[in-house]
Design a protein around this ligand. Sequence first.
Ligand code: SF4
Length: 355
Amino acid sequence: MTTLKEKTLRTAAELVEAGLGNGSDLAALQRVASRYAVAITPVIAELIDPADPHDPIARQFVPDVRELVQHAEESADPIGDDAYSPVEGIVHRYPDRVLLKIVNACAVYCRFCFRREMVGPGRGALTPKALAAGLAYIRATPQIWEVILTGGDPLILSPRRLKAMMVELAAIDHVKVLRIHTRLPVAAPERISPALIRALRVPGKASYVVLHANHPRELTAAARAACARLIDAGIPMLSQSVLLRGVNDDVATMSALLRALVECRIKPYYLHHADLAPGTAHLRTNIAEGQALMRALHGRVSGLCQPAYVLDIPGGHGKSPIGPNYLTRVGGANGTARYDVEDFNGRRHAYPPPC
Ligand code: SF4
């Protein structure tokens, strides 16, 4: 018989039975779960301390009644994917790269997900017809240098399906880089199998895996081993994290996360300011807090550990770096400008104009 510890928790009743109700009553949890998908894998459930009402892993995965409150600035499509989608499954925002959203389901459902209105169990993968149209668009657009496989979580597909897709993409001459965005090494590390790793490697193209992780506790021994299997197979890894109130918005936690990633040979790539997804205000920080955190990290953790702090501009206008600025122009004309530069202790230093 399968016990609750061995299966993915998907309903409010299962959460309450597993002691992960977060103090909410069953009816309230059911209202949230009927609005936004829920899935907590055994690996993630094991990380949650049910006795801690502020547990940072629970905050990311256990539904909260505050999700039912939608603010005016929040949107079902907070980063404006739809406006840049020429065919189903493709988002072509920047000239040299596209997103290929191949599946709208995940192993776990994050409470802050920016695509929470699109992802959920049963949403499934692109139909063969839609996938063929997406691949045809990529083939017919020679400026596409990089394809980013995303969703949902593309690694929940079977190795056979992934391999077929990777082979199709690898056959497109102008596509040189295949990037896969995933949470699976953290959420279900046992699924990073030799067959899946073989599926991601295609001759003549560079495959990168970008891991989504937000708290150092997510990097369990099993997650670290899963990442090591990918990297040892020749697949470089980067990470992306979301800045989340009560999860990783303090210097100690963020430093521990970034260091742990680098220790796993994963280069921190993006720290995302949380998007304006519906019902997520309780998890968002403000930008000033994010900049203060980045300023505190500067000089205190290795340069290897520094991600770019970025904001996806609502409306589909793309990502921009929003980290603190250390340079101030203090005089001189263009070409002879003089600057002050701030060091990591907050002291300012003059930088001379060009000779
Ligand atoms: S894994 Fe990614 S796509 Fe899936 S719920 Fe989390 S943030 Fe959303």
